[in-house]
Design a protein around this ligand. Structure first.
Ligand code: NDP
Length: 263
């Protein structure tokens, strides 16, 4: 067999375009999710966002393009999720990109975390993520196309104090990415995660509020010495969701100013 001098492929920036794709971003009305949605819309995707607060979703919509839609939903209502995905696919169209962004944090010493606290975090950050992924995943597998993105955390990469339930939930999602990759890859459905570092959002600012030493410690642990902005996560999401990343699956990409090197 003769080996060619060049492999036949024509690189084009179009690979980053999400034109013609439908993207669902859970928790897309605020925080990181809103910026992910904005960046995906900038790249050409038609957006569907979900969340519990209708006023927040309504306010976000005009910034996501004229075809954007929202659906009010509490993801911890697990029984509602199959119908939610069915309704979105009927009313909007086939979901090409799923971003499991909605999540909650809980800052407490491990010994103070009740069973109810633990369940609430696991239900939101892990079980609901699984259920939504199963519902979208089975459709994507049948269509032999799709990209699924999890938003985990640097807490899933190394230990952080007072976030035991959160860390357990995000680490489990990281494991789920790998397990799903083994099952979905033959069907051209990619599964990846982004692990944000310290990103300026209401969730993070609330967690740091009233504790300036914690803020300083966060910056000391970040080689770039700054907070990330939510669009830093958004652009990483565009890349991983696009054809430019068509051979990337099963990975967790830290977007954290170097935090994950263990500075
Ligand atoms: P915010 O608290 O700012 O936003 C969370 C979003 O999730 C909101 O839109 C909220 O909408 C939605 N949400 C929460 N619970 C539910 C629920 N039960 N049902 C439906 N929607 C829900 O958080 P961030 O933007 O900071 O976080 C987004 C993701 O990024 C999370 O998964 C978080 O763990 C992760 N992350 C964030 C970091 C940071 O630095 N900010 C660092 C590492 C990870 P509503 O309240 O209207 O339901």
């Amino acid at each position: 067999m003769s080996i060619p001098n060049q492999i036949e492929t024509v690189p084009s920036l179009n690979a980053f375009s999400l034109e013609g794709k439908i993207a669902l971003v859970t928790g897309g009305g605020s925080g990181i999710g809103f910026y992910i949605a904005q960046c995906l819309a900038q790249a050409g995707a038609q957006l569907v966002i979900t969340g519990r607060r209708e006023d927040v979703l309504k306010e976000a919509l005009p910034k996501l393009g004229t075809s954007a839609r929202y659906f009010v939903n509490d993801i911890t209502d697990l029984k509602s999720l199959p119908a939610l995905i069915e309704t979105i696919e009927t009313e909007v169209g086939e979901i090409d990109i799923l971003v499991n962004n909605a999540g909650i944090n809980m800052k407490k010493h491990a010994v103070e975390v009740s069973d109810e606290d633990f369940d609430r975090v696991i239900q939101t950050n892990l079980h609901a993520v699984f259920s939504i992924t199963r519902e979208c995943g089975k459709r994507m597998v049948a269509r032999k196309r799709g990209s699924i993105l999890m938003i985990t955390s640097m807490a899933a990469l190394y230990g952080i104090d007072r976030v035991v339930a959160y860390t357990a939930s995000k680490s489990a999602v990281g494991g789920m990415v790998k397990a799903l990759t083994t099952e979905f890859s033959p069907y051209n459905v990619r599964v990846n995660a982004i692990a944000p570092g310290f990103i300026e959002t209401p969730m993070m600012l609330t967690a740091m509020n009233g504790d300036p030493s914690r803020r300083d410690k966060a910056m000391d642990r970040t080689p770039m010495g700054t907070w990330g902005k939510p669009d830093d996560i958004g652009w990483a999401a565009v890349f991983l969701a696009s054809e430019a990343a068509k051979f990337i699956t099963g990975v967790t990409l830290p977007v954290d100013g170097g935090n994950s090197i263990g500075f």
